[in-house]
Design a protein around this ligand. Sequence first.
Ligand code: 3PG
Ligand code: MG
Length: 351
Amino acid sequence: MGAGVTRPRSVRDADVEGKRVLVRADLNVPLEEGRVADDTRIRGALTTLQWLLEQGAAEVRVCSHLGRPKGPDPRYAMRPVEERLRELLPDGRIHVLENTRFDPRETQNDEGYARDLARGCDLYVDDAFGSVHRAHASVEAVAHVLPAYAGLLLERELDELGKLLGDVEHPFVLVSGGAKVEDKLGVLQQLGGKADTVLVGGKMAEEMRAENPLDFPVVLPTDVVAAAAFDADAEARVAPYDALPDGWLGLDIGPETRAAFAEHVSRARTIFWNGPMGVFEWPRFAEGTKAVAEAVASARAFSVVGGADSARALTELGLEHSVSWLSTGGGAALELLEGKDLPGVAAIPEA
Ligand code: 3PG
Ligand code: MG
């Protein structure tokens, strides 16, 4: 594990036989028309759940948030997630609680809500790596109410991502895209000096067209797939990055940029990729993300991919096993790499 990451005590050191266990997982999966569009995070939660059942836990209550509802909202009910989990792990001892964010006390890190969640349980296992950057009741407060342990996925995530904090092999290539630009500038600023090359695509590149707010150079696109509107069927054509038709939007990196990015990635010995290169959910704007996914998957490097969208892109291409580590965390992975304290990890007693 890299410097600065404390090791929380492991569920392996807990006595769970006959116990009722509250597990916080990150089952915040993308939904499409009320169905689970990508189950990477659900599958990620299985290792710990299976282990608890094998150890003889009497009952396993699984809780998670789903989306960002502002209160009870049927569009974000856990039911489709629970159904998928039951298909993957049919066991009557597993119970899935309703979306934690249906209760406003969740995001307030409210102790009363933590007590409600904990009631009837003997211990708490945090396996929600994707949420450890949130000081929310089901992540933080509850860890002070019940004896708290880290789940197996959380431990593995800390180990794999921790490798990027230690000495890495060079060239270290960082690929950054995706939509949450504000969240990502901080980590780029922190990591930029460590990386040899920083490739920027997607919305982040769009926002850097006027100026690069970072204090080091980045590799920006030279061409983009430009669209007349933000629409899957919009009129679109390849345009130079710095000469978009007025009012048009760059919704993907262009063919010249794909080749250039792939070339950089192929020479890397260490890679961290977070965030798609465009609106990959729409097939006409998916080629850039696909090119980066393929380049990362075929590179002879230690490669880490983080974030629900990048994970989904890799999985849809069948490349999820061709990277060194596919992280279930997006924002959490970024904050860990940035060197920030993770409230969900800090709340668990150290090993
Ligand atoms: C994520 O998808 O990044 C995590 O599940 C956290 O979700 P949030 O950004 O809504 O807190
Ligand atoms: Mg997030």
